[in-house]
Design a protein around this ligand. Structure first.
Ligand code: 5GP
Length: 354
């Protein structure tokens, strides 16, 4: 047994120190970034924020909405090849779509059918997604996926430590997805005791990733996945070194989100559930297998309306952070950031009256 004594940080353990700034207007803050990816060699420009590949957030409707803001939607993996073909026949914005799969044989077989159907040009990104990227089998699958999709930008994870970040990048991923146990619909920490505070995971994994490069193209990148509750958490992730941010909670509960709509006492709610929750396993696999435990929550969120309004608020918040820290662009967030460790992040005294 070993104990690591340095304290690992979550988003709500820190605040960002304000810095002298020459910015004159929030409007001039550039939230788009341009990356060239180390393996695919492709260049991408957009706002590096993605809706998670969950049933409730990685929907076709979300992709149509977020594309307008140059944001990514990671489609959930339960769409059939026919549904994907129909969607892509009238949607043409490959840069803002990610195709998702797991490491099971049927996931790879389905991807083969998608590529055979000529749909590979309809999405720039492929996400290889497992809850635990520490499995040797996962690392092998990263190599298999790179061989199958040499020109796609591959996002793979999830992990939370530097050595696996490096390994995933060296095996062929362009972007490592970082986060274990931090998701809002995730119960992994309470069920297993395993996890890593999200901000420290991002700081440590991005440091490792940015040290790996392909001289002809770019450096390794990370996507912070899960745990962002407020727009400020997105700012903190970018300040911590995240190149991309993925969120489920940000994009749940909207008109464009998936999940059942429920009315109670005249109020509308929308379902949000983890992909390892009983609800998800019931709907996709006919129940929770005996050897597994549900590691996800199933909740009803007050219906939030149109996701475009939220995106405006999120962008406004990021631009405001930029003015406080003197960053002209999202790209400068991590260079400009100093975190303060705090005991108390927010003044909640008026919340009971809201
Ligand atoms: P959020 O943005 O809601 O905090 O977290 C979203 C992330 O939680 C997803 O992108 C995914 O990585 C993770 N996640 C989604 N469903 C589950 C689940 O059922 N169990 C666990 N452990 N993690 C989940």
């Amino acid at each position: 047994m070993r104990i690591e004594n340095d304290v690992k940080l979550d988003f709500n353990d820190v605040l960002i120190r304000p810095k002298r700034s020459t910015l004159t207007s929030r409007r001039s803050v550039e939230l788009e970034r341009t990356f060239t990816f180390m393996h695919s060699g492709r260049t991408w420009t957009g706002v590096p924020i993605a809706a998670a590949n969950m049933d409730t957030t990685g929907t076709f409707e979300m992709a149509r909405a977020l594309t307008r803001h140059k944001m990514i939607t990671a489609l959930h993996k339960h769409y059939t090849v026919e549904e994907l073909a129909e969607f892509f026949s009238e949607f043409n914005a490959p840069d803002y779509v990610a195709y998702s799969l797991g490491i099971r044989d049927e996931d790879f077989e389905k991807l083969g059918r998608v590529l055979d159907a000529g749909l590979g040009s309809q999405f720039h990104f492929v996400v290889l997604d497992v809850p635990n990227a520490y499995l040797e089998r996962f690392i092998i699958k990263v190599e298999d996926l790179r061989a199958l999709c040499p020109d796609h930008t591959l996002i793979a994870g999830n992990c939370v430590t530097n050595e696996i970040t490096e390994e995933i990048l060296l095996r062929g991923a362009d972007i490592v997805k970082v986060g274990i146990g931090s998701g809002s619909a995730c119960t992994t920490r309470s069920m297993t005791g395993v996890g890593y505070p999200q901000l420290s995971a991002v700081i440590e994994c991005s440091d490792a990733a940015h040290g790996i490069s392909n001289p002809a193209t770019g450096v390794g990148l990370v996507m912070s996945d899960g745990g962002a509750v407020n727009p400020s958490d997105a700012a903190k992730a970018f300040c911590g070194g995240a190149d991309f941010l993925m969120s489920g909670q940000f994009f749940a509960g909207f008109d464009q989100s998936g999940g059942k709509v429920v009315e109670r006492d005249g109020e509308r709610f929308k379902e949000y559930y983890g992909m390892s929750s009983s609800a998800a396993m019931q709907s996709h696999y006919g129940g929770v297998a005996k050897h597994r435990a549900s590691e996800g929550r199933d909740v009803l969120l007050p219906h939030k309306g149109d996701v475009h309004d939220f995106v405006d608020e999120l962008f406004g918040s990021l631009r405001s952070t930029a003015t406080y820290i003197g960053a002209l662009k999202l790209k400068e967030f991590s260079k400009r950031a100093t975190f303060l460790m705090v005991n108390n992040q927010l003044n909640r005294s008026l919340e009971p009256y809201e």
